[in-house]
Ligand binder design. Sequence first.
Ligand code: URA
Length: 485
Amino acid sequence: MLREGPMIDAHRVTLSAQDDFDGWRDAARDLAEAGVPASAVVWQVEGGEADLFGSESVQPAAPSFPVPRAFVDLAKSVVCHSDPERFGLLYALLLELKANRHALDDEADPLVRRLNDLGKAVRRDVHKMHAFVRFREIDGRFVAFFEPEHHIVRRAAIFFVNRFTNMRWSILTPELSIHWDGQALTEGPGATRADAPSGDPLEETWRTYYASIFNPARLKVGAMLKEMPKKYWRNMPETSLVEPLIAGARNRELEMIQRSADATIVKEGLKHAVDAERVLEPGGNLRASWEALLKDARNCTRCDLYKHATQTVFGEGPLDASIMFVGEQPGDQEDVAGRPFVGPAGQLFDAALEKAGIDRTTVYVTNAVKHFKFVPRGKKRIHSKPGAGEIEACRWWIEHERELLRPPVTVALGATAANSLFGKVMAIGRNRGVQLELPDGSECWITVHPSFLLRIPEEDRKLEEKKLFLRDLKRIKARAEELAG
Ligand code: URA
């Protein structure tokens, strides 16, 4: 039986779109089964030369070799790259994996390196789209124009659907436009900047927001231009503030240092020096933004968990912490206290931090899910794992916390935190103890959750696992210190 799918003519494959992952996967699997070498395949996207059409289809075969999940994830990113060679490169790696299922682990292999770089560029582009799209309101619909570097619009769309579910919006890009009416996502043709409205009262809101989060002590102009390349500035009202803010930064920084000196006297008993940034806490802009976020989180109804929990348990710690620890969700005691990691798992966590030489008052501790989920049993409330929908709903808060704090190192404590941070399932065993990169390009480490250690019944195994946890924490501490210079 012939399957509908990409057209394969001799060894030419015509995919239906620039980001047609399913089409690439089906064709690549069939070609690999048939033993077709990478050099004998021409990959094209529909809309190319006319002689590509009306070709014979290759009879597909059931795949007989397993493909690692990591390759599928990589391929999903890489197909969105604008490099015309991407399909062929991926196919070449697929053939290598057919011969050696560990081929992807060889990071010295130039092909693996190149594909990893392409995947990384796509993830960065997606992150930029998430961060730099700015809507302008016309007649109750919010419209934005954005020019991504790669074919990422479909991939990035779900973020906007989740974030702006109750709004009607359109994002116009040169390749295609996407539209959300509160119920369904539809696509339309590409557009130009002139098709999008320019300037409205919302811009003032963005400018105010940006001015409030601008922190002169953190200003690194080079890094800022890298993060927020000038080509995006035309769509972003707040960029009109950038130059004046940079110009005034030195004076504001000096003022902050002065306040820092005052605060050092006030904050007796603080173990370590208060630097210019940390002083923002008593009333600086970063703290004000974080407090506004906290206030909103306290009224969160993004999923049903708020209905039975006592209160929102938000993150706590210095806003310029070099490490952010992310747990799963508050437990029974945290729910009552309104603070993360204060119950039995928290005590184990505190003891491990101390042994690793990490002062808890210097790190930011939060959870992927901010409300306690439980099932009542008699007078007890028994912890219940948050579901994918609850984790997804709560990503709103953790993403905003991370956006404000920008911690150099984020640590996922357990699978729920890792899944929330990466937006996909992350195996603890395989990813533990290695330096990973989050979709926003920042560094993340994964380790076990302290309550996993509490639940191990055998004393000798518990001891062994505690040692491994401690080893992870020590590595993380060393890495944070290395990054701080
Ligand atoms: N477990 C968590 O993941 N977080 C807490 O705050 C407490 C227990």
